[in-house]
Design a protein around this ligand. Structure first.
Ligand code: FES
Length: 112
């Protein structure tokens, strides 16, 4: 299918997953990872209010600018203050992120 993109996700155990996500369903990256059964807590359901969907972007894709809410949320938790740190719920699934590489952040762990 034309409108499927591929995203590479490294989970908290260091295991790599290649997931596919449709670009025509209005999904964000957090939802795409959850739909592929990756363990992402995402407590607030995508409102940029919990940071438990955090990921570290490892490839140099041009991503949408961070909103003020996203920046504030990432600032609050010092563990998230690393280069490439983003809230996956704030990254729309689009052709622009085809081939994206991310690593799940440590706050995403549903067991924690
Ligand atoms: S799901 Fe809560 S900030 Fe992304």
């Amino acid at each position: 299918m034309d409108d499927l993109i591929t995203i590479h996700v490294t989970d908290l155990k260091g295991q790599e997953h290649e997931i596919q996500a449709p670009t025509d369903m209005g999904l964000n990256l957090m939802e795409a990872m959850k739909a592929n059964e990756l363990p992402v807590k995402a407590t607030c359901g995508g409102m940029a209010m919990c940071a438990t969907c955090n990921c570290i972007v490892k490839s140099d894709h041009d991503l949408p600018e961070m909103s003020e809410n996203e920046e504030d949320m990432l600032d609050e938790a010092f563990v998230l203050d690393v280069e490439g740190s983003r809230l996956s719920c704030q990254i729309p699934v689009s052709k622009h992120i085809d081939g994206l590489r991310v690593q799940l952040g440590e706050l995403t762990d549903p067991e924690a």
